[in-house]
Write a protein that binds this ligand. Structure first.
Ligand code: ZN
Length: 475
């Protein structure tokens, strides 16, 4: 029994020993584990949130992570991998790793790049637009830009209501943008009068005042020109400074007025204009020219040929003009074939004029003028001889020093007019070449005469006493 007891006792002792060993091993393992984790496993954690949402194209600044190893900060040992691309919408990861002791640890952060910015609508023109009554607003335009989708101008939906235009656009990611423009009825404030020409002009004493013109509009661009009232108190007989007043009123009674200053100055004197008409008469045009000259009381010179009705030559003479000779045929090949041929041809028209008027016409003009070069084709040097010979035979020949160019480039009344008036001079006789057979000439004639009279020139017909105007002979 005792032995038995002893065995039992021993067993108890045996048990006790085993438990202690197990406990010891266990504790040792725990301590070892603690030591391992404290000394050999680094601690790694994120700074900031585990998931971050940011807008596309915004700047992403990573908050990083922190690591502790053996009680010390070892942030510098963290290795960071990131595929974050803020230029593209998407979900990205930032991975932080530390490899210390026996274990590699890692933590992750999710970065979501989103399109959170709406498009930007930029209106072209003002936000408030004034539109005239009865006028429809015309869209001034807009530009839309989205940081992800780019130009979205074509996606804009506009909507007009109660004087407001709403512009709406949505980007691909559902971000919406709105813009608004207000349309306000434009109120009339004051009409505008614009004067043509200078606001200060001068005119010569005795001349009528010529209105250069004006235009008037209300604030909505409606033409009010024919509502302008012009008040003109110019006394053209008295030298001085006068005003022309232009007044207008829009339909709402707003008034505007402008003034033009007009100086009446002394008319210059001097300068003679000899209007000369070649190549006629013509049944189509010469009578009208004669009518104008008669009406204006102006005398001129006609260098006639054997063409046209006799009556017109008679009329030229009877109305006080000088009937002069331009050769009968005006045919260069014929008249410049020889000296004799020229005089033979000249004699024919001389006879015609003599029969019709009883006048021994002695004033002549060479076809093409004395400076013509066409005669070289028929006889060399003929003009050099002819210009002397005609004078020797008692004729006076006249060229011209102003060419209206009515037989050349001038095709309109205005061109003929300008060609003449731009060359007028007070210091020499003005011999003007025109052709009574040309249509624009008769339309320009009245204006040329008016200009001459208003500028102090006198008009005269050529006579044998008039100082001859000669070109330089070229053949
Ligand atoms: Zn001619």
């Amino acid at each position: 029994m005792e032995e038995k007891d002893l065995t039992t006792k021993n067993k108890k002792i045996k048990y006790g020993k085993q438990t202690l060993i197990v406990l010891t091993i266990f504790l040792g393992a725990v301590l070892l584990g603690l030591a391992f984790s404290f000394f050999l496993v680094p601690k790694l954690s994120l700074n900031g949130e585990e998931e971050i949402k940011i807008g596309v194209n915004s700047k992403y600044v990573d908050a990083g992570a922190k690591a502790i190893y053996q009680g010390h900060k070892v942030n510098q040992d963290i290795k960071t991998e990131s595929n974050v691309d803020t230029s593209k919408v998407g979900t990205y990861e930032v991975i932080y790793k530390i490899d210390k002791g026996f274990i590699e640890k890692e933590v992750k952060r999710t970065v979501i790049v989103q399109d959170i910015k709406g498009p930007v609508i930029e209106l072209i023109g003002d936000d408030v637009v004034y539109v005239c009554e009865n006028t429809e607003y015309k869209e001034l335009g807009y530009k839309v830009y989205d940081d992800v989708d780019g130009d979205l101008s074509k996606n804009v939906i506009t909507h007009i209501e109660d004087g407001k235009i709403t512009y709406e656009v949505t980007d691909r990611n559902g971000n919406k943008a709105l813009a608004e423009r207000t349309i306000v009825k434009k109120e009339l404030v004051k009409p505008t009068i614009t004067l043509s020409g200078s606001s200060s002009v001068s005119m010569y004493q005795g001349n009528p005042y010529h209105e250069i013109g004006y235009k008037a509009y209300d604030d909505c661009g409606n033409d009010l020109t024919n509502k302008v009232v012009v008040t003109n108190k110019i006394n053209n007989k008295v030298l001085g400074t006068y005003e022309v007043i232009y007044e207008v009123e829009d339909k709402e009674g707003h008034k505007a007025s402008v003034k033009r200053e007009v100086k009446v100055t002394e008319k210059p004197t001097g300068g003679v204009i000899y209007l000369t008409f070649d190549d006629g008469p013509s049944a189509k045009t010469t009578a009208t020219i004669l009518d104008i000259l008669k009406k204006e009381g102006v005398k001129a010179t006609f260098f006639v040929t054997n063409n046209g009705p006799d009556d017109l030559i008679k009329r030229e003479h009877n109305e006080g003009h000088t009937v002069a000779l331009h050769t009968a045929s005006h045919n260069y090949a014929k008249v410049y074939a020889s000296i004799d041929a020229y005089f033979e041809d000249l004699e024919k028209v001389h006879t015609r004029v003599y029969k019709l008027t009883g006048i021994d016409a002695r004033i002549i003009r060479f076809p093409g003028g004395s400076s013509n070069t066409v005669s070289r084709n028929y006889q060399k040097g003929i003009m050099t001889t002819l210009t002397k010979e005609v004078e020797a035979r008692g004729y006076h020949y006249f060229d011209w020093n102003i060419d209206s160019n009515d037989a050349g480039g001038a095709k309109t009344k205005e061109e003929v007019y300008q060609n003449v008036i731009k060359s007028l001079s007070r210091t020499r006789p003005n011999v003007v070449l025109m052709h009574d057979i040309k249509v624009p000439t008769r339309y320009a004639l009245e204006d040329i005469i008016t200009y001459g009279k208003e500028n102090g020139y006198t008009f005269a017909a050529l006579t044998m006493a008039t100082k001859e105007v000669h070109h330089r002979v070229n053949n």
